[in-house]
Every structure is written in C-alpha cells, then in structure tokens.
Design a protein. Structure first.
Length: 125
C-alpha cells in the first residue's frame, strides 16, 4: 500500500473526480481534486504532489496547456498521467514525455487500468 503519496487530480467532471478519489484513497493515496487548470496550478505550488492526473478537456485551459504552464511556473513537475476520452498516436505520446507526461489513460477506464498506471508512475517517480 502506498501510504502518504499525494496525487493532484485535475478534472472538470465531479463524478469522475469522486470515483477516482474513492479508488485511490482505498489504495492509501492522498488525493486532492480540483476542477480546472488555474486551481491546479495553485494547488501544485502548495501541495508538492508525487503525481498529477490531468484530464485533457478542461474549462479555461486544456490539460495540455495546464501541463505546459505547470512546467513553466513550477519547474520540475511530478510524474503526470493524462486522462482522456480521446485516443492519441504513439508519436504524440512520445512528444508528451518532454513535458513530464509518463502515462496516458483512455476513458472510460477500468479500476485495474487506472491503478496500474498510477502505481507505475509513483514507483518510477
């Protein structure tokens, strides 16, 4: 069990935030959820999470814009897993690695898929 590992979850869907929080807290993670990129940037500065789960489709700024802004404003970011209903190419996934994106989970996802990605990112981070 990964006790005391902090995860910042940036997701505009209240239902998804709640489900992800329940799944990850059951595994021993501390989850701080916000609904948009601006809130995510403020939380990132204060919390120093071990991992960020970021939805691509966010209000105000996209998940991509959030990740870029996080790198510019905070510097080195924790591992990042992008969550999206959109499939992307292998080449696009590789290009995201330069921004610290270590994983990509397509919605809808299973509990096992989410946990596998989170455990892997936390372990390598």
């Amino acid at each position: 069990m990964n006790v005391k590992k902090m995860i910042l979850h940036v997701e505009d869907s209240a239902d998804t935030r709640e489900i992800v929080k329940l799944i990850l807290e059951k595994e021993g993670y501390i989850v701080y959820s916000v609904e948009d990129g601006e809130s995510g940037l403020r939380a990132l500065k204060k919390l120093k999470p071990n991992l960020m789960l970021v939805d691509i489709m966010l209000p105000g700024m996209t998940g991509w814009e959030f990740v870029k802004a996080a790198r510019e404003k905070v510097g080195k970011t924790p591992a990042i897993i992008m969550l999206s209903a959109l499939e992307i190419t292998v080449e696009h996934r590789k290009s995201l690695q330069k921004y610290g994106v270590t994983g990509y989970v397509t919605k809808p996802f299973t509990v096992e898929t989410l946990l596998r990605a989170v455990h892997s990112a936390i372990k390598s981070g």
